[in-house]
Design a protein around this ligand. Structure first.
Ligand SMILES: NC(=O)c1ccc[n+]([C@@H]2O[C@H](COP(=O)([O-])OP(=O)(O)OC[C@H]3O[C@@H](n4cnc5c(N)ncnc54)[C@H](O)[C@@H]3O)[C@@H](O)[C@H]2O)c1
Length: 423
């Protein structure tokens, strides 16, 4: 089939490239000319493992453009993969989605508009009405929410846990189902509103688990239990499972914070107070700040102390800095008068953390530091317990915000070590 993609970001590029890899002809459109120019020159503007190679391998079936006419020309299916960032009110900003809908030309051919962007429940109904009002009854509408995780996006596309397809017309759902031929996964056929809610509910459920285990970790710290052992024991219960039970300094990223906030606001807008999500958000905000208390416990004050932040991206294997806990932590430290040195192998936070010193290596970041905080669990940090690193620090204190290291090994290497929820 011929596929048009709106948005050359994490979702649009992965979706477009993977569909090209399945044999479809794909045109990806973005409104940022520099992004399209880079892609045409073979440079991928985001960091996602394997993506550059897969784009190169499918060049014959992939076209990049800024032109609306090129993306819709001859397309059987149009995927909306534009951003839906949070507004100040916490609602989702749908302006990019509406621009796509409003710009759709009237050419009378049957085409299916597929919403991959995460949108509030009810968006599909509004888009359907807007299309009908403009006489675009030839445009079908399908909600096909995206569940990929940055860092493992290609694998997630090829081996999804499920493919959710919400439609008004069965024929449109079938087109989208056929597109996925070659991918083995349960298909959940739904009405549009339910498909939209599956996405929001899934992210909310994952966030609930993270805030839950973080609170368990905090109580472990006060009672002498070890959250890793607790999580293992809890996760072996088949009713619960082991995923998303890793305690840490809270979740961030482009999806969880905004989608949970959007669901809470969506509920509020229709008169329901979503108390559980309010608590999940509050727990997460407090969790990001707990590291400051741990540093103060060991250093007395963080003022004039040199703190190394190791890892800045909201999680490993991505360069995405959206809502990264490192930003809250770094800003809090700088506000307290600490000297912040920061390292990340791929993420660039230089325009987001004013006043921090950005370093090219872990050793450079910890040079003369009073403490090193593991903020993102990059693999390269696993081997950091070296005599060289110990010697470079003024005080060999490690606060492990992701429970990446073995506490016994860290202490044996001469470090003062504190994780999250460890005995
Ligand atoms: N990133 C993820 O891990 C992830 C996972 C699942 C779902 N989602 C959802 O998918 C959507 C996209 O997320 P993302 O991370 O890819 O965003 P992104 O910000 O990386 O990319 C969005 C792109 O859309 C472009 N754009 C804006 N208006 C456009 C228009 N009118 N025509 C063409 N392009 C336009 C932007 O310039 C940008 O490059 C969001 O709704 C997000 O919540 C993201």
């Amino acid at each position: 089939m011929r596929i048009g993609i709106f948005g050359a970001g994490y979702v649009g590029l992965v979706t477009g490239t993977c569909f090209a890899d399945l044999g479809h002809d794909v045109v990806v459109r973005d409104i940022i000319p520099a992004r399209i120019a880079a892609l045409r020159a073979g440079k991928v503007p985001i960091f996602e493992p394997g993506l550059t190679e897969l784009i190169a391998a499918n060049r014959d079936r992939l076209t990049f453009t800024t032109e609306i006419a090129e993306v819709v020309a001859g397309a059987d299916v149009l995927f909306v993969c534009v951003g839906t960032p949070p507004t100040y009110s916490g609602d989702a900003d749908l302006s990019a989605v509406w621009t796509v809908v409003d710009e759709l030309p009237r050419d009378g051919r049957r085409v299916v508009l597929v919403m991959k962007s995460t949108v509030p429940v009810g968006t599909g109904a509004k888009v359907r009405s807007a299309l009908d009002e403009r006489g675009l009854t030839n445009v079908g509408y399908v909600s096909n929410p995206e569940f990929l995780a940055e860092g493992s996006a290609l694998k997630d596309f090829r081996n999804p846990d499920r493919i959710v397809i919400g439609s008004y017309e069965a024929a449109d759902a079938e087109v989208v189902e056929r597109l996925h031929a070659g991918i083995t996964a349960p298909i959940v056929r739904a009405d549009v509103a339910s498909a939209e809610m599956v996405k929001l509910a899934s992210n909310a459920a994952l966030a609930v688990r993270i805030s839950f285990i973080n609170e368990i970790a905090n109580v472990c710290e006060l009672t002498g239990a070890d959250v890793l052992t607790v999580a293992e024991g809890v996760g072996l219960d088949h009713r619960l499972g082991k995923h998303f039970l890793r305690a840490g300094i809270g979740f961030g990223g482009s999806c969880f914070p905004k989608d949970i906030s959007a669901l809470k606001q969506l509920a509020g807008n229709v008169g329901y107070h979503f108390q559980l999500l309010a608590a999940v958000i509050e727990v997460n905000e407090l969790q990001k700040r707990r590291v400051i208390g741990k540093l103060q416990k060991h250093l007395g004050t963080v003022r004039d102390r040199r703190i190394a932040l190791l890892g800045l991206a909201f999680k490993p294997n991505t360069d995405d800095m959206r809502e990264a806990p490192s930003l809250v932590l770094g800003a809090r430290l700088l506000a307290e008068g600490a000297e912040v040195r920061a390292w990340d192998p791929v993420a660039d936070a230089s325009r987001l953390l004013h006043g921090a010193v950005f370093c090219d290596s872990v050793l450079e970041a910890v040079d003369g530091a009073d403490a090193a905080v593991i903020v993102t669990e990059w693999e390269e940090l696993r081997g950091m317990l070296t005599p060289e690193l110990h010697a470079r620090m003024r005080t060999p204190l490690i606060i492990d915000g992701r429970n990446l290291l073995d506490p016994a090994a860290a202490r044996a290497a001469g470090f003062t070590y504190e994780g999250i929820g460890r005995a």
